[in-house]
Write a protein that binds this ligand. Structure first.
Ligand SMILES: Cc1ncc(COP(=O)(O)O)c(C=O)c1O
Length: 549
C-alpha cells in the first residue's frame, strides 16, 4: 500500500459483513449519532475555515509536484481509512490545493461563492437520494420539480394564471426540464428544434427514428444549419456535432462593437439560406450574457426575424437568465419571452452548487418530439420526468432551487444581481480613470473586458492607421498574456483572459482580461487591489530597462 500522508494509525482495518451493515443503517446509538454529527461539523466548519483563510487560488505548489502524489492505480483490497480520517484528509490535504472559487479575489470565471445554506441543501438531496427519472423513485420530488419549473417559466414567459394552472402539474405537458448544465440545456433545445423541422410524414417516420440522411432525402435537402453570433458558447458547436448536423454548420455571425450579433449579417445569412433551397435553417440563437463579454443580443429583433422565417428561436441565457429576478435590470433581457426555448444555469447566477442547468419551452407540447418510453418506466401519461430528458437517472436539484428561492426571495437574488451589474459599472469607471488600461466596451451585465494599454499607445489606437494599430495590438496581446499569467501564478487573485475576434480575420484578434463579478464580497477595494497588482506586474516586467516590449 502506498504510504498515506495522513496520521492514520496502521491498526488493520478489515472489510467484514457486520461493519458493512453498520454503514447502511441509521445511527443505532447516541454514540454513533454523535460521531456522525462530529463529521458533519468537520465538513461544514473545516472547509469553512479553509475558505476564510485562503484568499488566493492555490498554494504555491506545482501541478507536477501535486500529480506525483496521485499515481496509485491499484484499488486496495482492504479498507485503508476510517471516515473520520478520510474527511480530515480531504480538508487538510485536498481542499488547500483546490481552487478557492469563493474568494472575493477570484473573479475570472463564472464559478464563484455560494451561500452557505447550499451545502445543507445539497446534503439533504444526497441523504434522500431521490432519482427524478421516474415517480417510483421520487414521488413528491417530481411534483416539486414541476412546480419550480413553472415558477421560472413564469419569470421568463409571463403567461396567464390560467395557463400555469393548466400546466403546472399536467402530466402530458412540459414547461421545462432540469439538466446537468448549460451544455446539455443547449443540446436539448437544439434536439427539440431539429426534430420539429423533420417531423414524420408519409413514407418517413421522423428524424429521431430514421436519422438525418433519411430526413434530408424525405425533405429534399442536403444540409441544415444553426445561426449564432461569434460569441456563441462552444457547447452549441458540440450540439451540432452530436445531432449529426455537423459543427461547421453552426455558423458564426459577425458581431458589432458591443459583441452583440450584427442583425444585418444575420438577415443576409438567412436570405442566403432561403435562396439555396437545399439548406434548412434549424434555429437561430440569441445570447443573454455571452461567456466572454457578457453581451446581450437584441433578443426582440432576433425573435421577430425568427417569426418571419418560421424558425426556432433559442436563447442561451445560461449566464444572464437570473437577471429576470431583478426589477431594476430585467429590461436588459427584453424580448426573451419570444424565445421558443431558453437555457438557464442554476450553478451560475442562481448561486447553486455544481451542477444544475435548465431548459424552458414556450410551448409546453414542444418537448413531445423528444419523448422516449420504456416498458418498466416512463409510461405514456405518467409524471415520470425521464420521458422527455436526455439524462436517465439524475439528482433532485429542483429541491435546492425551490428551497433557495424560498430562502432568498426574488428580492434577495436581486440584491446579488444588482450588486454585480453595478460593481461592473464602477470598475469600468475606474479602468477609464487609469491611464495604463483600456476598457474594451462598457459592461452590459456583470462581465467586463479590458486590457493593459500604456498611455503611449492610446493615440495610435484611436487613429486611422490600421497597420500601426495591428502592430500595437500584437504588442499589447503579448503584454496582457504575460501579465495575466504572472498574476494567476502569484496566486493572490485571479482574472481570466480571452481572445476576441470581430470577424474571421485572425490579424484583428485582441487578447483581453475578463472579470465575472458575482461574489457579494467583491467590492471596489478588492478590484483596486487587483488593478494595482496588474499595473505593478506590468511596470516590473516591462519597465524600460527590463528589455521587454
Ligand atoms: C452562455 C453560456 N452557454 C452555455 C454554457 C455552458 O454551460 P455549462 O458549463 O453549465 O455546461 C456556458 C458556460 O459558461 C455559457 O456561458
Amino acid at each position: 500500500m502506498k504510504p498515506s500522508n495522513t496520521s492514520t494509525k496502521s491498526s488493520a482495518l478489515v472489510a467484514d459483513w457486520e461493519a458493512l451493515q453498520r454503514i447502511f443503517i441509521r445511527p443505532e446509538s447516541d454514540a454513533a449519532k454523535e460521531a456522525l454529527l462530529k463529521y458533519m461539523e468537520q465538513i461544514l466548519f473545516g472547509l469553512h475555515d479553509f475558505l476564510q483563510k485562503n484568499v488566493g487560488i492555490t498554494e504555491e505548489i506545482s501541478l507536477k509536484a501535486l500529480s506525483d502524489n496521485f499515481t496509485v492505480t491499484a484499488i486496495s483490497p482492504h479498507p485503508e481509512k476510517k471516515l473520520a480520517d478520510v474527511i480530515t484528509d480531504l480538508i487538510k490535504n485536498i481542499a488547500p490545493h483546490a481552487v478557492n472559487v469563493a474568494s472575493p479575489y477570484f473573479i475570472g470565471h463564472m464559478t464563484s461563492a455560494i451561500p452557505f445554506f447550499m451545502v445543507h441543501l445539497k446534503t439533504i438531496v444526497a441523504a434522500l437520494n431521490q432519482n427524478v427519472v421516474k415517480l417510483e423513485t421520487s414521488k413528491v420530488v417530481s411534483i416539486v420539480e414541476k412546480q419550480v419549473l413553472a415558477k421560472i417559466h413564469r419569470l421568463i414567459y409571463k403567461k396567464s394564471l390560467s395557463f400555469y394552472d393548466r400546466h403546472v402539474q399536467n402530466t402530458r405537458t412540459t414547461l421545462g426540464a432540469f439538466v446537468e448544465g448549460g451544455t446539455t440545456a443547449n443540446l436539448t433545445a437544439l434536439w427539440v428544434a431539429r426534430n420539429t423541422v423533420f417531423p414524420p410524414k408519409e413514407g418517413f417516420s421522423g428524424v429521431e427514428e430514421e436519422g438525418l440522411s433519411a430526413a434530408y432525402k424525405a425533405y429534399g435537402i442536403e444540409r441544415c444549419v444553426i445561426l449564432v453570433s461569434r460569441r456563441g458558447h462552444y457547447s452549441l458547436r458540440k450540439a451540432g456535432g452530436i445531432l449529426g448536423i455537423g459543427n461547421q454548420n453552426v455558423i458564426p455571425i459577425d458581431v458589432d462593437a458591443h459583441h452583440r450579433i450584427d442583425l444585418d449579417c444575420l438577415k443576409t445569412e438567412i436570405d442566403k439560406i432561403n435562396l439555396t433551397r437545399n439548406t434548412r435553417l434549424i434555429a437561430v440563437i440569441g445570447i443573454a450574457g455571452t461567456t466572454e463579454t457578457g453581451s446581450v443580443d437584441p433578443l426582440r429583433q432576433i425573435g421577430e426575424i425568427c417569426k418571419e422565417n418560421h424558425t426556432h428561436f433559442h436563447v442561451d441565457a445560461a449566464w444572464g437568465g437570473a437577471v429576470l429576478l431583478s426589477d431594476k435590470y430585467k429590461h436588459l433581457l427584453d424580448g426573451i419571452e419570444l424565445a421558443d426555448s431558453v437555457t438557464i444555469d442554476g450553478h451560475k447566477q442562481f448561486y447553486m452548487p455544481m451542477s444544475c442547468g435548465m431548459i424552458y419551452l414556450n410551448n409546453p407540447e414542444k418537448m413531445n418530439v423528444i419523448a422516449y418510453h420504456a416498458n418498466y418506466v416512463n409510461r405514456p401519461g405518467s409524471v415520470d420526468l425521464g420521458i422527455k430528458s436526455l439524462a436517465g437517472s439524475r439528482e433532485a436539484n429542483s429541491l435546492i432551487l425551490d428551497s433557495a428561492l424560498k430562502i432568498m426571495g426574488s428580492k434577495g437574488y436581486a440584491l446579488l444581481l444588482d450588486h454585480g451589474i453595478e460593481l461592473a459599472r464602477k470598475l469600468a469607471d475606474e479602468i477609464n480613470r487609469r491611464a495604463s488600461f483600456e476598457l474594451i466596451m462598457p459592461p452590459e451585465l456583470n462581465i467586463i473586458i479590458y486590457r493593459l494599454c500604456p498611455e503611449k499607445y492610446h493615440e495610435v489606437l484611436s487613429g486611422e492607421d490600421s497597420e500601426q494599430k495591428k502592430n500595437i495590438n500584437k504588442k499589447l496581446n503579448a503584454i496582457n498574456r504575460i501579465v495575466q499569467r504572472i498574476q494567476r501564478e502569484a496566486g493572490r487573485s485571479f482574472v481570466s483572459r480571452t481572445t476576441l475576434n470581430f470577424d474571421s480575420t485572425p490579424e484583428n484578434e485582441i487578447i483581453v482580461l475578463r472579470c465575472a463579478l458575482m461574489n457579494p464580497m467583491t467590492d471596489m477595494n478588492v478590484l483596486n487591489d487587483i488593478l494595482d497588482e496588474q499595473e505593478e506586474i506590468y511596470n516590473t516586467r516591462f519597465s524600460p530597462d527590463s528589455g521587454s516590449i
